[in-house]
Design a protein around this ligand. Structure first.
Ligand code: 5MM
Length: 341
């Protein structure tokens, strides 16, 4: 393993003003997204949609440090035969790959999940590296509810995240470590804080046990935030203050950067929260975005599967990428959203 090279890639992934586009929706998830805009989820439509994003040259080169791809996409070519991976590289962005194979029910833990995909991962990583991937992603899913999460779910998911991360680094690929505590319930922000703190502590304990080099990874966590169904929604200032406090308590300064998931927040909320955290300042790591829905909802709607809407889709994508790029430097203002509208 060449740690200096891994660190160089990790630092580039969280470069000031830039963040990561999570375009790694599995077949089931992209179908859900396409259903919402009444587009059939065929291989060609998925290719056309992602080609539209990756050919948004201005946005890609200015605001997108890296793109997380799904297995199908990393092997796909654009309409003119250029590999999609090349489009990303030509824009100066880094190709990455989701390598987990989804979740399965966790035995003896009703309602809880464990992420799978470690079998043959070393061989798969080698092929992805040859294709151009320089970072990877694995997402663990932790739900909050009555009596959950159990320590069992936290522990097995942290163990798998660390196994994955160690294998990535051995293959000269930077691991994005994503332990996602879902915001689906009716819990308040303090319960989210407490659960996420336990999850992060266990994850970093496992990363240490399995000798993962912290300088060569990126963390992708949820924010400390109220559950979607909680009657009391925390303000932007409270989310920012509690998330920064929680991360300072759990994430070693050796980690070059933290790139948040959006987790179902609205586009503007996800931007406002990131911006408010960066405005607090004096942080030991870079804080940026690795958004899926909060970057793609607007371009999906604007595109709606029609070739005549490609320019509008690219404009919508460029706008969100720009706003989040500003937020990664604490330089966003809500007025900029209105001006664009
Ligand atoms: C883009 O969505 C990713 C893939 O999800 P599935 O494997 O469930 O299809 C997802 O992992 C995503 O990278 C993260 O959850 C962050 O996305 P959001 O939408 O939460 O920002």
């Amino acid at each position: 393993m060449n740690l200096a090279e891994l660190n160089k890639v990790a630092v580039a992934m969280v470069a000031p003003g830039k963040g990561i586009l999570a375009a790694d929706e599995s077949s089931g998830t992209i179908k859900k997204r396409f259903d919402a805009i009444k587009v059939e989820s065929t291989e060609d439509n998925r290719r056309d949609y992602r080609e539209m994003l990756f050919r948004s040259t201005d946005a890609m080169s200015k605001y997108i440090s890296g793109v997380i791809l799904y297995d199908e996409t990393i092997w796909q070519n654009a309409k003119d035969g250029t590999p999609l991976v090349k489009l990303i590289e030509q824009a100066g962005s880094i190709p990455g790959i989701k390598v987990d194979e989804g979740t399965q029910a966790l035995p003896q833990c009703p309602g809880e999940l464990v992420t799978v995909g470690l079998d043959k991962l070393a061989e798969r990583l080698k092929k992805y590296y040859e294709r151009g991937a320089r970072f990877a992603k694995w997402r663990a899913v932790i739900d909050i509810g009555a009596g959950i999460p159990t320590m069992t779910a936290i522990s097995v998911n942290a163990h798998a995240l660390a196994r994955y991360a160690a294998l990535c680094q051995a293959a000269q690929i930077v691991p994005i470590v994503e332990p996602e505590v879902l915001m689906d319930g009716d819990h308040d922000i303090d319960r989210c804080y407490e659960v996420t703190q336990r999850v992060l502590n266990k994850t970093f304990q496992e990363l240490r046990v399995q000798r993962v080099e912290l300088e060569g990874m990126v963390l992708k966590p949820n924010m400390a935030i109220s559950g979607k169904k909680c009657p009391k929604q925390a303000s932007v200032a409270e989310v920012a203050e509690k998330t920064v406090r929680m991360l300072k308590a759990c994430v070693p300064a050796a980690v070059p950067g933290i790139a948040f998931l959006s987790g179902g927040q609205s586009d503007e909320e996800a931007t406002a929260h990131l911006d408010a955290m960066n405005k607090i300042g004096n942080l030991p790591w870079k804080l940026t975005f690795s958004y899926g829905r909060a970057l793609q909802a607007a371009p999906q709607k604007a595109w709606s599967g029609k070739s005549e809407n490609v320019a509008a889709g690219q404009r919508a994508f460029a706008h969100r990428a720009h706003m989040n790029g500003l937020a990664s430097k604490g330089a966003w203002e809500s007025g900029l959203e209105k001006k664009a509208a």
